[in-house]
Design a protein around this ligand. Structure first.
Ligand code: XMP
Ligand code: MG
Length: 179
């Protein structure tokens, strides 16, 4: 498949549409099994996870609700890290089975600092589904319960993921090309 150019950089196909869809079906099947007979409240993290969440959601057969939140992590100002919600959570999570849908976990910073805010609401359970995990980059503890693909430390775009705002509109996931 042909390379793409996003801004000034060239990217090559890394995970094809077929590979992604097959794995997403498997992830959804695992959730359908693990939560059989229960209701789940999915929390998708914008912007990157919008495509993943839409496809994943179609494969669910359990009772499912979904809402979208937008997290912004400010880096560099404070060593502790600061995650604020740009679009917040409207519903109370108390007593709910909550499952977070993330496109990619890199350093883990975003979710590490956001999880306590969710736990504070005392959901009856809280689990994380990450389509991609840059495992070698993860510095902050994040308990990932379901992982789509463990990937190397190379920048990826497509399927909702962007490079400086562009590149989200591809069906495949692309990796920064060498050289
Ligand atoms: P962490 O886990 O470091 O990740 O808090 C924060 C956010 O960074 C974005 N991210 C990427 N986005 N290609 C992207 O398009 C990448 O390779 C990449 N790595 C990290 C992503 O939004 C994640 O939620
Ligand atoms: Mg993200």
């Amino acid at each position: 498949m042909a390379d793409i150019t996003v801004h000034d950089k060239r990217f090559s196909v890394y995970l094809s549409e077929a590979t992604l869809q097959e794995r997403i079906q498997e992830l959804a099947a695992a959730i359908n099994t693990d939560y059989a007979g229960q209701k789940v409240y999915f929390l998708a993290i914008l912007n990157g996870s919008f495509m993943f969440a839409a496809d994943f959601f179609k494969y669910l057969t359990i009772e499912s609700e979904i809402c979208f939140i937008k997290l912004v992590s400010y880096k560099g100002l404070k060593s502790t890290g600061d995650v604020t919600t740009a679009i917040g959570l409207e519903e109370d999570l108390h007593g709910k089975n909550v499952v977070i849908l993330e496109d990619i976990i890199d350093t883990g910073k975003t979710l590490h600092f956001f999880l306590p805010q969710l736990r504070h609401q005392q959901p009856s359970s809280l689990k994380i589904v990450a389509l991609l995990h840059k495992a070698e980059m993860t510095r902050y503890e994040v308990p990932i319960d379901y992982t789509g693909f463990v990937i190397p430390n190379k920048f990826v775009v497509g399927y909702g993921l962007d490079y400086d705002g562009l590149g989200r509109n591809y069906k495949d996931i692309y990796q920064l090309a060498e050289g």
